[in-house]
Design a protein around this ligand. Structure first.
Ligand code: 5GP
Length: 215
């Protein structure tokens, strides 16, 4: 039986402060072999403690726009005044090697991915309620009041796009949410659209049996 060798592209989005970064880290910690995380390029300034090539590839607008022009990104978007984008080469290489690739990106980028890669899996992560989201954003202590207000306004806008996602995960208990995502991915890999090789093989065999029986 031919298993699907190609990995799947998993998009994880959520309101800023929904805890999606922590959830993705937990998923990678628990299932290190099954996933890789794509590191995005951004024009945003690094936050204290963020490292080049780990959280992001930090760059300026000029270089970002050059990368767009050279088709070096599979998607990009502007978010709160900065560019963010997904470098192409790493994602394509890892998928070909059979790894499931996680993109932690916002909604405009997620929709572009769905358009270009219809077999991708889109998961939206949300806190249990809006009050909790505000509390988490304020508790992070890395952003100004203005930036927090901006992110809350953006969350209100993004809440309109949730229906475009395949699944919604309420991030209440970290370990449970990470396992929930892992199970969703396992189920998604079973869908016929992601098992083309298997479907093709069994179809061809059945057709040849059917021809044989007619003789
Ligand atoms: P932050 O500034 O908090 O790190 O990220 C802001 C938003 O940009 C988050 O929703 C994050 O998921 C999103 N983001 C990060 N990387 C990318 C990317 O490569 N493409 C897109 N479209 N969004 C991204």
């Amino acid at each position: 039986m031919k298993e699907n060798k190609k990995g799947i592209l998993i998009v994880i989005s959520g309101f800023s402060g929904a805890g999606k970064g922590t959830l993705v880290k937990e998923l990678l910690r628990r299932h290190e072999k099954d996933y890789v995380l794509s590191v995005s390029m951004t024009t945003r300034a690094p936050r204290p403690g963020e490292r080049e090539g780990v959280e992001y590839f930090f760059t300026d607008r000029e270089h970002f726009e050059e990368t767009i022009a050279h088709d070096g990104l599979i998607e990009y978007a502007s978010y709160c005044g900065n560019y963010y984008g997904t470098p192409r080469v790493y994602v394509e290489e890892q998928l070909a090697r059979g790894r499931n690739v996680i993109l932690e990106i916002e909604i405009q980028g997620a929709l572009k991915i769905k358009e270009r890669f219809p077999e991708s899996l889109l998961i939206f992560v949300t806190p249990p309620n809006a009050e909790e989201l505000k509390r988490r954003l304020e508790g992070r202590g890395t952003e100004s009041e203005e930036a927090i207000a901006n992110r809350l306004a953006r969350a209100a806008e993004e809440s309109r796009g949730v229906e475009f996602y395949d699944y919604l995960v309420v991030n209440d208990k970290l370990e449970e949410s990470a396992e929930e995502v892992h199970h969703l991915v396992a189920a998604a890999r079973r869908a016929p659209v992601r098992r083309e090789e298997f479907v093709k093989e069994i179809r061809e065999e059945l057709h040849s049996f059917a021809k044989g029986a007619q003789k």
